[in-house]
Design a binder for this molecule. Sequence first.
Ligand code: SF4
Length: 287
Amino acid sequence: MTTDRTTSPAAADHGNQRGELRGDCSSCFGLCCVALPFAKSADFAITKAAGAPCPNLEQTFGCGIHAKLRPSGFRGCTVYDCFGAGQHVAQVTYSGVSWREAPATMTEMFEVFPIVRHLHELLWYLDDALTREATAPIHADLHAASARTRDLAGSRPEALLALDVDAYRQEVNVLLLQASDLVRACAPGKPKNRRGADLIGARLAGADLRGANLRGAYLIGAALRGADLRWADLIGADLRDADLRGADLTDALYLTQPQVTAARGDATTRLPRGLELAEHWTANGPR
Ligand code: SF4
């Protein structure tokens, strides 16, 4: 068995770029708090239409209930991450001029934001694939896709709105699948294929899921305590309320911060480089 993490300078550069792919609310215009719709549920205390500012959004684009989001019924806000799209749209696409300052840009800005978020999410996955030694045979293709995706994200609003983002995601996904096969081959034995599986509430504590294909799997509330998920492909897996205490996800592929934050874990949960234990977890488990 070999590690699939490379130490090459090129890959390290890409690893460093991952920091830019996390939301920086202080440089944004509260785009996710306005552009996106919410439905009243366990994650949101209110129903809100797309384009309508959340009543908790302050004039300066801060959240008026930031310190008490979970007890106030806005758990979804603590889980969401824009992959850095918010600050990019605010500061790059619209040059730091907010929708409050220039209301004529409002509708367009709110349409552009989710498109850039899709592109930044793809960049997160591509950058993850590029940090893996196992994907060396396709590094050139991954670099090219990453560069093209960055160019698209940096496009003018008209070009972004004209982009068929679903088709582009499908195109990049072909490469992400190739990378997944190469990375998962690092795992010993015959990796499990549970792509898109219904594993809601499944009892998988201590399971050997190294190299498993869990793309799009429904792992809501699954008992994964102490499970070994190294080299598992978790792209799009729904980990809401999954028990990750003591689980090893150090080399899990395509894992994102929203997935981690939506799950339950504690200080014994092991995560890939660049991801953090959720603030609401404690040493004794989630509160
Ligand atoms: S509750 Fe706060 S973080 Fe959530 S949408 Fe409203 S303003 Fe934004």
